[in-house]
Design a protein around this ligand. Structure first.
Ligand code: UN1
Length: 509
């Protein structure tokens, strides 16, 4: 039974890649092993791009920039419109490949591709809206304005958990803004990246006259990433991953005066207030904390419940944790799929042990051995009642663990809410206007995302995505996040016959 499952998966990958336009020979082209968390089996061994190959890709991208920057932005938008169309056509296959490579449920795999389509639509509109301001000038006969120009090569470093959507947030904006892209996907999810490249290649063929190497994928680990980070020809490095990774990438890019967008860890919390709609809160918390097996950067990891309803809400949550279906996302209706690998499982177990040592009462968090082969890591999600916000509660563990704590005073709990390193996403559950407005105010949540009566995860692409503090401060996706992908020039034009100087300075010669 187990063997049959493994064989099926490999065949499945091959036919999916074939339909998506990736040549089968790449599956056995090198020594970088790629696994599916669904079965733990190796599904490919790919060739890697070392530092030299990465630098060659950057050089090609730099050449492409010289042409692409001169294509009018609405024309660049046409390429992204075609990409969106190709993604629509490939949605089922790419979604399934995401499920195989990242272990997501079919609905979440498809949802991730939908997120790509959405950002393409957004970027197409944006291609006619890269607005600069006209600014009042103090000098007569002058006009002052700002112009947004393409920036240069954009390097994208992405994580396994959103293997394709995060690339599309960056690529759709970068391309519309006039920039080539060099993408280093996670070593855990190279196949979905190669599939995206094939999809984009089809859009490029339909587009016709785009420069070569406008968007490239480089496969590899640390060496590949470092080549991208350190190369002065890469104007912007957009990196998604752990805070540990960001601590290295940020200073290295800054040291060469490059620009970076850092989208790092989250330790996202929810606060359930006395007036909350408990039924809705329970469902929102369940998705935010258990969805994607706790492997979103936006996953809810901490929950503060008001004393007055703790005994109403928490037993219901514990019941939901005990009954949520855990299993193979491809063959069952499971809502919670596998952890990405053994390391993730060990990290989760270590956090659970640390929580116990701090007085935590643990519900769930054990391995489900009959959900898949030995090499796959399925767990029941863990809800841990904590006496205080200490030990592992202060850290992001990339696994389905929800630490639950009591609170009695809203001001105090907002202090606690903000007393962690990360600052990505946050939620309050309340029907009291004063509570929700306080949470959204300057004295409220210190996160880049603050929600009311919605969980911490599942953001739409229209808003800027990212967070503060150890989350890195970067913003991707919607709103005016595009500005990070362009350089701004302030232009002052004198159409008079005089030369008045600013600030009333006189310099007559
Ligand atoms: C991530 O986990 O890196 O808001 C991105 C969300 C998704 C994106 C998550 N739209 O949960």
């Amino acid at each position: 039974m187990k063997d049959a499952l493994q064989m099926d998966l490999k065949a499945d990958v091959q036919s999916l890649l074939g339909r998506l336009g990736v040549e089968a020979r790449i599956l056995e082209a090198g020594d970088m092993a790629s696994f599916s968390p669904v079965t733990g089996q190796q599904i490919a061994s790919l060739a890697q791009d070392d530092a030299e190959a990465t630098r060659a890709a950057i050089a090609r991208a730099a050449a492409a920039f010289r042409t692409w920057r001169n294509v009018p932005a609405p024309g660049r938008g046409e390429l992204v419109r075609l990409l969106g169309e190709e993604l629509r056509a490939a949605k089922d296959d790419l979604g399934r490949l995401v499920s195989i490579e990242a272990g997501k449920s079919p609905s979440e795999g498809a949802g991730e591709v939908q997120e790509m389509i959405d950002i393409c639509d957004f970027a197409v509109g944006l291609s006619r809206q890269l607005y600069g301001l006209t600014i009042a000038t103090e000098r007569p006969g002058h006009r002052m304005m700002e112009t947004w120009h393409p920036l240069g090569v954009v390097g994208v470093i992405s994580a396994f958990n959103f293997p394709v959507a995060v690339w599309s947030w960056n690529a759709a904006l970068a391309l519309v803004c006039g920039n080539p892209v060099v993408w280093k996907p996670s070593e855990k999810t190279p196949l979905t990246a190669l599939a995206c490249q094939a999809i984009l290649d089809r859009a490029l063929a339909l587009f016709g006259d785009a420069p070569d190497s406008l968007s490239q994928v480089v496969i590899g680990g640390r060496e590949t990433g470092e080549a991208l980070v350190d190369d002065p020809r890469v104007a912007l490095v957009s990196a998604t991953g752990s805070t540990r990774m960001g601590r290295q990438v940020g200073p290295r890019v800054a040291a060469r005066f490059g620009r970076s967008i850092l989208e790092l860890g989250g330790n996202n919390a929810g606060i359930v207030c006395p007036s909350a709609d408990l039924d809705m809160a329970l469902r929102a918390i369940a998705f935010a904390a258990m969805g994607t097996a706790g492997q979103r950067c936006t996953t809810m990891r901490r929950l503060f419940v008001h004393d007055s309803l703790y005994d109403q809400l928490v037993p219901g949550l514990i019941k939901a944790y005990g009954s949520v279906p855990v299993g193979n996302p491809l063959t069952t209706q499971a809502l919670v799929g596998p952890l990405v690998d053994r390391q993730a499982f060990e990290g989760m177990q270590a956090a659970i042990e640390a929580a116990k040592a701090e007085g935590g009462v643990v519900h769930g968090g054990t391995r489900v051995t009959d959900a898949g082969p030995e090499a796959a890591y399925y767990v029941t999600p863990a809800l841990i009642e904590m006496p205080a916000q200490v030990g592992p509660v202060l850290e992001e563990t990339f696994a389905p663990i929800l630490y639950v704590m009591r609170y009695s005073d809203l001001d105090d709990v907002i202090e606690q809410h903000n007393a962690v390193g990360a600052g990505l996403s946050s939620s309050i559950f309340t029907t009291d206007l004063r509570e929700s407005e306080l949470f959204l105010s300057a004295a409220g949540s210190d996160c880049g995302i603050a929600n009311v009566n919605i969980g911490t995860s599942g953001a739409e692409i229209g808003g800027a995505f990212g967070g503060e503090k150890e989350t890195g401060g970067g913003r991707e996706s919607g709103s005016d996040a595009w500005k990070a992908y362009m350089r701004r020039a302030t232009n002052t034009i004198n159409y008079s016959r005089e030369l008045p100087l600013a600030q009333g300075v006189v310099f007559d010669i």
